[in-house]
Write a protein that binds this ligand. Structure first.
Ligand code: GAR
Length: 201
């Protein structure tokens, strides 16, 4: 069984997509062990609670340094014997040191077709604002491994989504989530879980 920690900062619709895929047996051999939020009172924690998944808040500003913050985060992940860390709308940047400790064990969902509209400063609605500003006709989402370069790790899955006339950043964000993110994030996890299952059998 692949033990997953999902790291969140907001509404948690991607977390919900993973929960649903597991509950509906769309993906197998995995379990969400823990949801870690970067701040209290995010709706993602409510979603975890509704499905009897342990939730925890680890808030960067409660620590005297980023190093101290990451030490507590790493201890929590190791104590729970987490196999895969899923960044699902997680808005705290993790250092090179942290990422190296969990090589090929962290994945992220990004709301564009990497390498377009990604890297430092491109997150949430800003990504869709930039896509509309550029006038692209196709955008989408990417699931990738996390390395020391923001949005620079190996790509696992991508899915394209059409931009439509009259799109606002909000409308485009919703379509990219519904058509791409909520599909490819659970699927990527399922593929990693299947691989672990096959390797162990
Ligand atoms: C998602 O669109 C995700 O791709 C994006 O934040 C949103 C979180 O929504 N992440 C990034 O921009 C990371 N660079 P959610 O909390 O409803 O899953």
């Amino acid at each position: 069984m692949l033990k997953i920690a999902v790291l969140v900062s907001g509404g948690g619709t991607n977390l919900q997509a993973i929960i649903d895929a597991i509950e509906n047996k769309v993906i197998e051999h995995c379990k969400i062990e823990l949801v870690i939020a970067s701040k209290p009172e995010v709706y993602a924690l409510e979603r975890a609670k509704n499905h009897n998944i342990a939730g925890k808040v680890i808030c960067k500003k409660d620590f005297s340094s980023h190093q101290e913050y990451e030490k507590v985060m790493a201890t929590c992940l190791n104590d729970n014997q987490i196999d895969l860390i899923v960044l699902a709308g997680f808005m705290t940047i993790l250092s090179e040191d942290f990422v190296k400790q969990f090589d090929k064990k962290i994945i992220n969902v990004h709301p564009s077709l990497i390498p377009a509209f990604c890297g430092d400063g491109f997150y949430g609605l800003k990504v869709h604002e930039a896509a509309l500003q550029k006038g692209v006709k196709v955008t989408g989402a990417t699931v990738h491994y996390v390395n020391e370069i923001t949005d620079g790790g190996e790509i696992i899955l991508q899915k394209a989504v059409c931009v439509e006339a009259g799109d606002t950043p909000q409308k485009l964000q919703k379509r990219v989530m519904e058509e791409a993110e909520w599909d490819i994030l659970p699927r990527a996890i399922g593929e990693i879980a299947n691989q672990k299952f096959l390797n162990n059998n």
